[in-house]
Design a protein around this ligand. Sequence first.
Ligand code: UD1
Length: 415
Amino acid sequence: MAIEVCGGQKLSGEIRVQGSKNAVLPLMAASLLCEGRTVIDNCPQISDVQAMQEVMQGLGSRITFEKHSLCMDHSHFERCCICQDKVRELRASILLMGSCLARFGEVTIAYPGGCSIGKRPIDFHIQAFRQMGVTIEEEEDRLCCHCEKKIHGADIILPFPSVGATENIILAAVLAKGETTIQNAAREPEVVELCCFLRQAGAHIAGEGTSRIRVKGQKKLHGIPWRVRGDRIVFLTFAMLIAGCGGEVTLLTEDLFSEKERAVWHHIGGDEEIRERAVILHKTGAIQPIRYLNTGPYPEFPTDGQSLLLPVLTKANGVSTIEERVFENRFHMIGQLQKMGANIDSVSNRARITGVTRLHGADVVAQDLRSGAGLLIAAAMADGTSSIKNEEYIQRGYEDIVDNLNHLGIRARYC
Ligand code: UD1
């Protein structure tokens, strides 16, 4: 399927920002460690959550998902062979490795899938689990892991502050024997949310949000109710849409800008008003170019946000340079933006974007989740009609995206 978008409209209206995809997937893996029921509210209705739900149900979990409320009971979760086809479609399925090792001391798991934004190896995860006493055999399409005794704590230094590796180690460490220290840990808000959830479920964790996290293993955790935070990348998507098209939009959510994102938003000419449960974003006037910006681990500008900013800068009043430092394939979307008339050169991981360009409608193809969202932004900014193929990528992370675009005054439909 594809999404067809008629561009060139200024935006207005009010929409709700969904719960965070990258927070809820680790929370689902964490719920496996909790005795009793875990209920997660504000859960986004997106295909990545559905895929994780199917994987867990296939292993015996009882899960209901109604009106953004995900209710999970894993007392019948038995099998430790996580090799269904769905596992290969989902990057976050690797987090079941940490939870299963903590709960059962063994797991066989297929290599995870996810968007093709780079090589996405899992060597940091494997190395850390070996330090925690796990024997891991790496087969062609799966990993076979077991511990002689209970998994134990370790002092782990990550070569890069990987979000997934930090989360996976925490999940294994909360029920491990002894203490675990993670140095060069990821500081992303989703890591912080995972730690807060686990602490409320009975875990002993300190230092989340810094690069040194300490975990003291406990005997058991219990299920809790939890409300997941708003999705900061979806929030940024709407901000970039407003930056590209102009107008004023009320986002029903808490303020989800990081310091760096807010600085970029103000630099390109955006403004905001923060209310109790809403943020009003507005943009008038010319888009200012960004002389240089690099992506990086939190608190730097997020790599996911880069694909959203790139189309906006094609309309800036001068030349911008962006350096991608996390995923090597994020610039794949440049070829698609060029089809729409964008003036972008890239060498290795640097892109030089020359504005002002008038984008025109074209048939383009999403190659991953955020490039799909970036192409939606470009299509909304363009003159004429565009069609974005591979919209399944967009469904992985955006709930009701076509309805939301229509609410804001952009004519869009599935075709
Ligand atoms: C998560 C997010 C993704 C985001 C990314 C970076 C989820 C479900 N996905 O992905 O949206 O873009 O963080 O903010 O939360 N690396 C290794 N070896 C490893 C692990 C990672 O070399 O074992 C490298 C990766 O190739 C990449 C970098 O470390 O270059 C960061 O990856 P990581 O933070 O692990 O990303 P994910 O957790 O997969």
